[in-house]
Design a protein around this ligand. Structure first.
Ligand code: B16
Ligand code: MG
Length: 218
């Protein structure tokens, strides 16, 4: 049996920073004189900062000069980080620690595969940085999800074949990326959104150690 490994997305999987991204993007749109819906926000999950702003401006039918675009990205990030700064270990989503404990106790390597350029900072805030064998985030990739690059780099750093990697993801873009990378994809969220995942759970409290063990032994 070959060595298996786990790759975790961050926002929406380990912590619910998606709610902070939403608040910060909403403020940006409102300041520019328009709004977008919760359903539209779903399309921003897992998507890079630049791609997110392009989508939002498109929804509001707005065009910005390159300078104004960069300024808006900076303002959004500062606003987002003001929420992140209030985070601590209590923000780790229910059931996640139980899975991490199992992986640590059984020496199963795990990596982070996040689109966020703030991922390392967030992991430090929630005190989980040390357990990861590898961290791959928005600062390490040239192609954003749904491109599988972030997960393929993580697999390489874990020294595990892509098909032996199991990816936990909350976004459609991330599930596509994992599937394109020929990894096992596990969606965390709603079936109606994540139906292309190999397995779907509403959150980590629904994932039993028995299920994980079976998957790791396949
Ligand atoms: P940042 P993930 C993604 O993180 C978020 O889901 C997405 O909404 C965000 O735009 C992206 O990170 C970039 O984040 O602005 O912090 O660099 O879900 O891939 O962990
Ligand atoms: Mg996510």
């Amino acid at each position: 049996m070959s060595q298996k490994a786990i790759i975790f997305d961050l926002d929406g999987v380990i912590v619910d920073t998606a709610k902070f991204h939403f608040l910060a993007w909403k403020k940006l749109a409102n300041d520019l004189g328009f709004d977008f819906t919760v359903a539209q926000n779903e399309e921003l999950k897992g998507v890079s900062r630049v791609d997110s702003l392009n989508k939002i401006l498109n929804w509001g039918n707005k065009q910005l000069t390159e300078e104004a675009f960069n300024r808006q990205m900076q303002l959004k990030n500062e606003n987002y980080l003001s929420y992140v700064d209030r985070m601590d270990k209590g923000e780790v989503l229910p059931g996640v620690q139980k899975v991490l404990d199992y992986l640590n106790e059984n020496n199963i390597p795990y990596a982070l595969g996040s689109a966020s350029k703030n991922a390392r900072h967030i992991l430090e805030k929630i005190d989980l940085k040390d357990g990861f064998t590898a961290i791959v985030d928005g600062t390490d990739v040239s192609k954003a999800k749904p491109d599988p690059e972030v997960f393929l780099i993580a697999a390489e750093k874990l020294n595990v074949a892509p098909e032996d990697c199991i990816v936990f993801e909350d976004s459609v873009a991330g599930i596509w990326a994992a599937n394109k990378g020929e990894m096992t994809s596990i969606g965390i969220g709603e079936e109606k959104t994540l139906y292309e995942a190999d397995y779907i759970f509403s959150d980590f409290t629904e994932i039993s150690i028995e299920f994980l063990k079976n998957l790791l032994q396949k």
